[in-house]
Design a protein around this ligand. Structure first.
Ligand code: NAD
Ligand code: TYD
Length: 339
């Protein structure tokens, strides 16, 4: 089995590369990544010498480069993690989100059609369903919830999902889609809520909570997401969408307070700042389908996963220090300087 994993130098993609090399040591894993600001080759250092692993720096929008890789590798499967993934950046600059998330997906699927594969898997997000009201805890996203997006990011992911389903119906491409809730764990880029708060707290810097801090996200430990995708690749039904989430809803403010408590930092570091434009109130996944059909259940409880994650950032400053001292600081100043 030869699998191309796009976006494998990013947060979830790198965790998935590690998961696949460990769980299926006989598979060949080829990582295709453009190494944008969010991609980090040092993350993949531990597997670079693995004979079953190859890294290729390329843009999924670059048709010639993608076709050449297919000619060299004859992949059986493609798992597409490559994306622009940060909502705040999509509000500032939507164009690159449309390029990578929609056009890049089309290029990958065109290559799959041309060269033939047994599976194209699209890694999508629960954000395609829009948000749920805070006063209706009985409501959850199912696979049949209508697409109803809020941000340029989620709109680009939804457009890609529709394209994936269209390639299945029109061309018979053997596709699957997973729509997962918010992930957390090692190698999460420091612009996202959990790593940003951990790293700021370690530096005794203000902790910028958007709006009233009552927005709810449904958090899943990244390894549980990786196991879900692995299962879908091997046992999922072609043409189907699978929601992935572990019924772990948390208010942002409660997560930030938990990080303060764990690191022994005062809650006075918390600063409520201007809300995100179009900020989704609540995400909550109903994972019944993947549980019933594929037997998937999350294994890491949030109480354990968040402690592991905080400890990982405490002990891996060598990973995040080059990021927070580089161009990321210009981004931070732009987004938070006058907020
Ligand atoms: P990330 O931003 O950490 O990583 C994205 C990776 O894609 C980076 O390595 C980057 O270099 C690469 N990339 C970007 N543009 C590219 C291009 N044009 N060509 C090739 N590579 C390119 O993102 P992540 O958080 O790991 O998310 C991965 C996928 O999972 C995304 O599709 C995202 O929409 C989806 N997702 C993320 C979450 C989450 O909580 N982070 C939840 C559900 C779904
Ligand atoms: P984020 O990690 O960007 O993920 P997403 O927007 O895709 O869910 O944000 C998670 C939540 O945390 C979201 O409600 C926005 C909020 N947030 C803050 O309050 N402060 C911050 O500095 C960031 C980055 C996010």
């Amino acid at each position: 089995m030869n699998i191309i994993i796009t976006g494998g130098a990013g947060f979830i993609g790198s965790n998935f590369v590690f998961h696949m090399l460990q769980t299926h040591p006989e598979y060949r894993i080829v990582c295709l990544d453009k190494l944008t600001y969010a991609g980090n080759l040092s993350t993949l250092e531990p597997v670079m010498e693995n004979g079953n692993f190859r890294f290729v720096k390329a843009d999924i929008c670059d048709r010639a480069a993608v076709y050449q890789l297919f000619e060299e590798e004859h992949p059986d499967m493609v798992v597409n993690f490559a994306a622009e993934s940060h909502v705040d950046r999509s509000i500032e600059n939507p164009g690159i989100f449309l390029e990578t998330n929609i056009m890049g997906t089309a290029v990958l699927m065109d290559a799959c059609r041309k060269y033939g594969i047994t599976r194209y898997h699209q890694v999508s997000t629960d954000e395609v369903y829009g948000d749920l009201p805070l006063d209706r805890p009985d409501l959850f996203f199912t696979e049949d919830t209508p697409i109803h997006t809020s941000s340029p990011y989620s709109s680009s992911k939804a457009a890609a999902d529709l394209l994936v389903l269209a390639y299945h119906r029109t061309y018979g491409l053997p596709v699957t889609i997973s729509r997962c809730s918010n992930n957390y764990g090692p190698y999460h880029f420091p612009e996202k809520l959990i790593p940003l708060m951990i790293i700021n707290a370690l530096h005794d810097k203000p902790l910028p909570v958007y709006g009233d801090g009552l927005n709810v996200r449904d958090w899943l430990y990244v390894e549980d997401h990786c196991r879900a995708i692995d299962l879908i690749l091997h046992k999922g039904t072609v043409g189907e969408v699978y929601n992935v989430g572990g019924h772990n809803e948390m208010k942002n403010i409660d997560i930030v307070k938990l990080i303060c408590r764990t690191l022994g930092k005062p809650e006075s570091l918390i600063q409520f700042v201007t809300d995100r434009k179009g900020h989704d109130r609540r995400y909550a996944i109903d994972p019944t389908k993947i549980h019933r059909e594929l037997g998937w259940l999350p294994e890491t409880k949030f109480a354990d996963g968040i402690q592991k994650t905080i400890q990982w950032y405490v002990t891996h400053e060598d990973w995040w220090q080059p990021i927070v001292s580089g161009e990321y600081m210009a981004y931070y100043e732009k987004m938070y300087g006058n907020r």
